[in-house]
Ligand binder design. Structure first.
Ligand SMILES: [Zn+2]
Length: 355
């Protein structure tokens, strides 16, 4: 990254110069230097992923990122999301709290081996860099079921290093309703307490999977910027034939108005009169989001390892990031726009929530 590009990146993301600085202490090897030429040294941050499928699903998912993949991309940060409602998936009884702790323990072990550096404070966010040596790891939980209805368990997770929580996942829980549910409703009284406590602790509130009225409740209560860590917009008028996990424009505007970021993913689908199957479609969608929400509210959340039923052609895993960036250039997004999308915006929100 030359000085002009470096300053432009800082201006685009509203970050200090230390934040954008590459890791000068770690001379990149040739492979990384090549990689960084393709991605032009962007600070890449994936808002939602399940590296190594720590949730223990039996179906193998080749999109699951590994530390080696993160390093080969020079990624600044990747989410390590434990699934909070996995015991229900497995169809057997068990403690969602204990099961989630077991998943997070594996992240801790990676840190102890020096494979990643946990991001725990806004100072840690500021010090992230493009580095072949170490990737930042964001400990996260997908599904507030893991709290088992108790604020003390939120405190315990925070103490273990969790800094982002997706409040609902694939079942309605003590906090609110999920997008696959037959019912909808606002945040529960416990949900309100959770949001207030998360804000005090400096944790990011992730609204992914939250059904419309629950999302609205979250937007009303939460004083910090919201994140929707993995989704994409419905095509206008095609809502009925597209996956229920997508978002309407008014829903995404709630996230944008909070100062937050809507992160899009590589899920492919074909609706009745719509199609999202190529990297070009994904890139054109970001252009539409820029026009409607502002580029500062758009981000990347790959859901790698999350078992997406079908992936966009050209996207296999984070190893396809150079191809995605090439597609973004083809739709004439500026280098600053791309820097903001691939990581700058999410890191801004992360730093703000933890401050
Ligand atoms: Zn998910």
């Amino acid at each position: 990254m030359d000085r002009r590009k470096f300053l432009a990146c800082c201006a685009a993301t509203g970050l200090s110069s230390t934040f954008c600085a590459p890791a000068f202490g770690n001379a990149p090897d040739d492979a990384l230097a090549d990689q960084m030429k393709k991605t032009r040294g962007f600070l890449i941050a994936d808002a939602h992923a399940h590296p190594y499928q720590l949730h223990g699903s039996r179906s193998y998912d080749s999109s699951a990122p590994t530390i080696a993949m993160m390093k080969s991309q020079g990624m600044a940060l990747c989410s390590f999301s434990a699934v909070g409602d996995m015991t229900f998936y497995r169809g057997r009884s068990g403690s969602p709290f204990g099961d989630t702790q077991n998943q997070l323990r594996q992240v801790r072990r990676l840190e102890e081996k020096g494979e990643l550096r946990l991001v725990l404070s806004s100072a840690d966010v500021q010090s992230l860099s493009i580095s072949p040596a170490v990737t930042g790891g964001l400990m996260a939980i997908e599904g507030g079921d893991a709290l088992e209805g108790k604020l003390s368990k939120l405190d315990a997770f925070h103490q273990e290093g969790v800094r982002l929580m997706t409040l609902v996942h694939d079942r309605d829980n003590e906090i609110g309703y999920n997008q696959r549910s037959g019912t909808d409703g606002s945040l529960t009284p416990f949900g309100i307490q959770v949001i207030e406590r998360m804000s005090t602790l400096g944790m990011v509130v992730d609204v992914a999977h939250a059904k419309s009225a629950t999302l609205k409740g979250l937007a009303e209560v939460c004083a910090t910027p919201l994140v929707d860590s993995h989704t994409s917009p419905f095509h206008p008028g095609a809502e009925g034939s597209e996956p229920r996990r997508l978002r309407t424009w008014p829903e995404m505007e709630l996230v944008a108005r909070s100062g937050g970021v809507v992160c899009t993913w590589p899920m492919a689908y074909s609706g009745k009169n719509s199609e999202r199957t190529t990297l070009g479609h994904w890139a054109e969608e970001i252009v539409r989001m820029k026009a409607r929400l502002g580029i500062e509210h758009c981000g990347l959340g790959t859901d790698g390892g999350g078992g997406l039923p079908r992936l966009i052609t050209g996207w296999e895993s984070i190893a396809s990031l150079p191809e995605l960036i090439a597609a973004l250039r083809q739709v004439a997004l500026s280098e600053d726009d791309i820097a903001a999308f691939v990581g700058g915006n999410f890191l801004r929100v992360l730093g703000k929530c933890m401050a």
